[in-house]
Design a protein around this ligand. Structure first.
Ligand code: 8YV
Length: 315
């Protein structure tokens, strides 16, 4: 039997590419110099799309594949997939939840600690000889015992909160509705109120049209000049212009970001803004987790084409 044709939107590590090539007829969209011509040629044969969280599959890509049955996303966030276009044609969509939760939470905590303690600047202080020339590094902000607000207490948000309990932090969270949480975690309905009562605001929301710029100028003002923002979710959840304005005006103590509008290119204002910690969207970027994500992408495709239930469907 011929192998199902799969449109591959972005690159995968070799340990994924080899088994994908063995099981499916992969068409590497990202390598095609003329994307339109490539799609016109392979689109009619394509029954599956394998994509990455940040690349997704837009309506045009979906429309170019009239036989499309399934979209398998390498990532938990599937906001870049036009779910409406997929649902309208009964196209199934899968993602890679759970396997990346720990890594995303670990990096969020690492970013919070590094930002608050000035780890990156302090490293440069030691490395460049500023320590010997100027003396000790300027004092930083203590983490243990502070108040953290988690915007979006899903799997990743809850994993972040559990870790931060180990730092004796007070945990509050906002989201669509209160959750069943460990004792002492407080639900706050409104993001502005949440920001006003915490030292650190960690954004862990999945991105939807409703959450676009949920962290806006009012939320940042409520977080205030001693407050710090950590975004481990998706760039559109934060109004970047408002964030840069607040940082440049000293109205926010700092921000640590793993995601950016227009990534991988950054707004150049981030390069000069004070007290920002920039990370290249790599919260799930460990060998262990990426291997598990790749396996889940394949297992979902394999299940679909074998007529078995999908492992992690979102549509
Ligand atoms: C990945 C992600 O970096 O899971 C997500 O939603 O954004 C990340 O895990 C990305 O999907 C890998 O391409």
């Amino acid at each position: 039997m011929s192998k199902p044709h799969i449109l591959q939107v972005g690159p995968y590590p070799e340990w994924d590419q080899v088994p994908l090539d063995a099981a499916f007829q992969m068409h590497r969209y990202f390598e095609a110099p003329d994307k339109a011509a490539f799609l016109a040629e392979v689109g009619p044969k394509v029954r599956g799309i394998a994509t990455r969280g940040e690349l997704g599959a837009n309506a045009a890509l979906i429309a170019a594949c009239p036989q499309l049955e399934v979209i398998s996303v390498y990532g938990v966030g599937y906001d870049a997939v036009d779910i409406g276009a997929a649902r309208a044609r009964g196209i199934r969509v899968t993602n890679t939840p759970d396997v990346l939760t720990d890594d995303c939470a670990d990096l969020a905590v690492a970013m919070l600690l590094a930002l608050s303690r000035g780890v990156v600047g302090a490293e440069a202080w030691a490395r460049t000889g500023a320590w010997a020339e100027k003396g000790g590094y300027p004092l930083q902000r203590k983490v243990t015992g502070k108040r953290v607000g988690i915007l979006g207490l899903g799997r990743i948000g809850a994993a972040i909160a559990r870790r931060l309990q180990g730092f004796d932090m007070t945990i509050s969270y906002a989201g669509r509705a209160p959750k069943d949480t460990p004792p002492g975690w407080t639900y706050v309905a409104d993001p502005v109120t949440l920001a006003a009562q915490v030292d650190y605001l960690v954004v862990a929301l999945s991105a939807t049209p409703e959450t676009r710029h949920i962290v806006n100028a009012a939320v940042l003002a409520a977080l205030g000049p001693k407050g710090m923002l950590i975004n481990i979710s998706r760039a559109p959840n934060v109004d970047e212009a408002a964030l840069l304005d607040a940082l440049e005006a000293g109205k926010l103590a700092g921000a640590a970001l793993d995601v950016f509008e227009g990534e991988p290119r950054l707004n150049p204002r981030f390069l000069t803004a004070p007290n920002v910690l920039l990370q290249p969207h790599h919260a799930s970027g460990t060998y262990e987790t990426r291997q598990a994500m790749g396996k889940l992408v394949r297992d979902n495709l394999t299940a679909h084409f074998a007529g078995q239930p999908l492992l992690t469907p979102v549509a």
